[in-house]
Design a protein around this ligand. Structure first.
Ligand SMILES: [Zn+2]
Length: 287
C-alpha cells in the first residue's frame, strides 16, 4: 500500500499514523522495533537539520534497509523543509513525503510558495505526498522555558475555515498541518496548552484532505484520542524522542563509568525511546 492509501485507511478506521523524528541510528532502530512489535505502519521524519546530520541519501538507504528487515510499512518524510531547492532534493532522493513549511510567511506568500513546492515536487516524483502548513506553532523540538511569543495559539489567531479551504484549493497539497492549539516543544514547568478540538473539526471540514498534527510531544492522551476522532490522521512526535535519547545516554554512561562499548552505553536510549513509541502508537492506533 502507498502512504496515501495507508492514510486514507487510517481516516476510515478512525485512527492515526505515528510520525517520529530521528537524527541518528539508535532512535530509528527503537522506533521501528516499536512499530514492528505492534504491527502498525510508521512514518520516519527528518527535518533539514536532522537529515543534514545523517545525510539525505544515507537516510533513504537506511530506511530502505529496514524495510527489507521488517514486515510493517515504513515511510520517510522530509519534515519542515523551508526552501524549494530542498524540496527538489528530497523528491529526487526518494522520500515518500515532504512538508514544505512557509507557515511563518503571511498567508498569500505561504500559498504562492507552497503551490510552487507542490509543482516542483510532483514533476520529479508524481507519487510524493506534499504537506503544507498554515498557522505558526514555533520551530524547535526542545524543552521550552516559556511559550514562544510569535506563535498562533489563541482561537482568534488560528487559521479560519475559509483560509484553510483557500490554502488547500490553491496549493493542491495532499496533507495539511494546521495550528490548532499545538506547539513544537515541551514546556518545562507547566503542561503544554490543550488542543482546540472545535477548530480541528472545523478545519477538517474545510480542508477535505488528511490533517497532520505537529508538536505531539507533551499533549495529553485524551486530547490525542479526541483529536483523532475530530479529523487528525497523522501525529508528529519529536521532543519526547529527544528527551528519552538524552536520558538513556546519561543512564548508560552512569551505569558503568568504565564502559566504552557504544552499543552497551546506548542500549538504555534504545529502550527508553521504544517505550515512548509503544505508548504513543497504542494511543494513535486505538490498541
Ligand atoms: Zn513539526
Amino acid at each position: 500500500m502507498t502512504l496515501k492509501q495507508i492514510i486514507e485507511d487510517a481516516e476510515q478506521r478512525g485512527i492515526a499514523l505515528g510520525h517520529f523524528n530521528i537524527s541518528e541510528f539508535v532512535a530509528l532502530k527503537a522506533i521501528l522495533e516499536g512499530a514492528s512489535q505492534l504491527n502498525v505502519p510508521i512514518i520516519i521524519g527528518v527535518s533539514e537539520g536532522e537529515r543534514e546530520f545523517i545525510g539525505i541519501k544515507e537516510t533513504v538507504a537506511l530506511v530502505r534497509a529496514f524495510r527489507e528487515e521488517y514486515s510493517v510499512p515504513i515511510f520517510l518524510n522530509a519534515d519542515h523543509t523551508h526552501s524549494l531547492e530542498a524540496v527538489e532534493e528530497v523528491a529526487k532522493a526518494g522520500f515518500d513525503a515532504v512538508l514544505f513549511d512557509a507557515s511563518k510567511e503571511p498567508l498569500e506568500k505561504n500559498i504562492k510558495l507552497t503551490k510552487e513546492a507542490v509543482l516542483r515536487a510532483k514533476i520529479l516524483n508524481p507519487n510524493i505526498l506534499v504537506e503544507g502548513e498554515i498557522g505558526y506553532i514555533g520551530a524547535s523540538s526542545k524543552i521550552l522555558q516559556e511559550l514562544p511569543k510569535d506563535i498562533s495559539l489563541e482561537e482568534k489567531d488560528l487559521p479560519t475555515a475559509e483560509e484553510v479551504a483557500e490554502f488547500v484549493q490553491k496549493t493542491k497539497v495532499d496533507l495539511l498541518a494546521p495550528a490548532v492549539g499545538n506547539i513544537h516543544g515541551i514546556l518545562a514547568n507547566i503542561p503544554n496548552p490543550r488542543l482546540n478540538i472545535k477548530k480541528v473539526r472545523e478545519m477538517k471540514q474545510a480542508a477535505k484532505i488528511p490533517l497532520v498534527l505537529h508538536g505531539g510531544s507533551g499533549i495529553a492522551d485524551d486530547d490525542f484520542r479526541v483529536a483523532i476522532k475530530a479529523g487528525i490522521s497523522t501525529i508528529h512526535i519529536n521532543t519526547e524522542i529527544r528527551v528519552a535519547w538524552r536520558k538513556g545516554v546519561e543512564m548508560g554512561l552512569k551505569r558503568n563509568r568504565d564502559e566504552v562499548a557504544p552499543y552497551k552505553i546506548l542500549s538504555s536510549a534504545l529502550e527508553g525511546i521504544k517505550e515512548i513509541v509503544l505508548n504513543r502508537l497504542r494511543i494513535f492506533n486505538g490498541l
